[in-house]
Design a protein around this ligand. Structure first.
Ligand code: FA5
Ligand code: MG
Length: 344
């Protein structure tokens, strides 16, 4: 029996010695040390041995097991090391290759222009308010002096969600929401940028979804001249002192009197092109003195307080400032367009 064990050890060690891959090594481990292996087989026969012989055989059997296990472990380590060395030898890194460029993102031109306008008004003491795009009919129309059935509602074809909710057609509902928060006490001085939605047909200057920036100032003794002064400062800072501006009488149900501000077209320099539809002017905002009904509905005493409001389209402003000919460029996400507006 002892001879048999010695024989098995020698045989196993020889096989381990000559193995060159990990899988074959594992097969050897299973065949010699496994439950059905020859060593287990030998140990099963121990019952026939005398009481003195038994512990001796047991001891030798354990030593054989240990020797084989150790040899396998050593071989395993050697094979793994050889593998790593082989890979290191075959794979090379060329540290002189240039790195792969990382594309840097940039602000969308619309975001940039909105932030520029925000900064301008913050500099004049305004704070920024934001409100919901899904709006109540009450805020979008009724509280702005546009009761149900009012013909001026047609000026802004709306996307209704239910009878009482719609995608806001303008940022003007934020006039009312802001005044409500002030509980009838001035001063109020905010601008509100945000997305608005209308069932307009898309063309060079119209989009069904666009952005607006609302402005609202309410206090004692606010006059039309304050509005005119504010808009003039804004236009000059935004477009340079040489661009022409005109205020045209207009109509909005929530302001009285109302005006629209146009700026001379930069693309054609006032001569007429497809951007200004041949007129030489581009409308960039609507404005006026807050209608007393609107002040009262929002909880302000219209005998004590007056105010002005304006609403502008940043797309149109960016188009003028940068000479962009089609509003749809803002929304089709062509990187060649967007990447021209990277800020330092
Ligand atoms: C209004 O929306 C009023 N709420 C503005 C206002 C506010 C008046 C406060 C008085 C007091 P209007 O519909 O004209 O007005 O739109 C305002 C601006 O949004 C326009 O001057 C234009 O710059 C822009 N605009 C309007 N419709 C579109 C459109 N479909 N696509 C892109 N810009 C648009
Ligand atoms: Mg208009």
């Amino acid at each position: 029996m002892l001879d048999r064990l010695a024989e098995l050890q020698e045989e196993a060690l020889k096989q381990i010695e000559t193995t060159t891959d990990l899988r074959a090594l594992n097969d050897i481990r299973v065949s010699y040390l496994g439950k059905k292996g020859p060593i287990t087989e030998v140990l099963k026969g121990m019952g026939k041995l005398s009481a003195e012989e038994r512990p001796k055989v047991g001891e030798v059997a354990n030593k054989v097991r240990e020797a084989i296990t150790l040899a396998i472990e050593e071989k395993l380590a050697a094979l793994e090391k050889a593998e790593v060395e082989k890979r290191l030898a075959s794979e090379t890194i060329d540290v002189t290759l240039p790195g792969r460029p990382v594309r840097k993102g940039s602000h969308h031109p619309l975001t940039a222009i909105i932030e520029e306008i925000e900064d301008l008004f913050i500099g004049m003491g305004y704070t920024i308010a934001e409100g919901p795009e899904v709006e109540k009919d009450y805020y979008n129309f009724e509280a702005l002096n546009l009761p149900k059935g009012h013909p001026a509602r047609d000026m802004q074809d709306s996307f209704y969600i239910t009878e009482e909710t719609l995608l806001r057609t303008q940022t003007s509902p934020m006039q009312v929401r802001t005044m409500e928060k002030h509980n009838g006490k001035g001063p109020v001085k905010i601008i509100c940028p945000g997305k608005v939605y209308r069932r307009d047909n898309d063309d060079a200057t119209h989009s069904h979804q666009f952005t607006q920036i609302e402005g609202l100032v309410v206090d004692e003794n606010i006059r039309m001249s304050d509005l005119k002064g504010t808009l003039t400062v804004f236009a000059q800072k935004m477009f340079g002192a040489d661009r022409k501006i005109r205020l045209r009488p207009s109509f909005f149900p929530f302001t009285e009197p109302s005006v629209e501000m146009d700026i001379s077209c930069k693309i054609c320099n006032g001569e007429g092109c497809n951007v200004c539809k041949g007129t030489g002017w581009i409308e960039i905002l609507g404005a006026g003195m807050v209608h007393p009904n609107v002040l009262e509905m929002a909880g302000f005493d219209s005998k004590k307080y007056t105010g002005f409001a304006f609403g502008m389209g940043p797309e149109r402003i960016a188009m003028l400032k940068y000479g962009i000919e089609d509003i749809r460029n803002f929304y089709i996400n062509d990187r060649r367009f967007i990447e021209q507006f990277k800020r330092a």
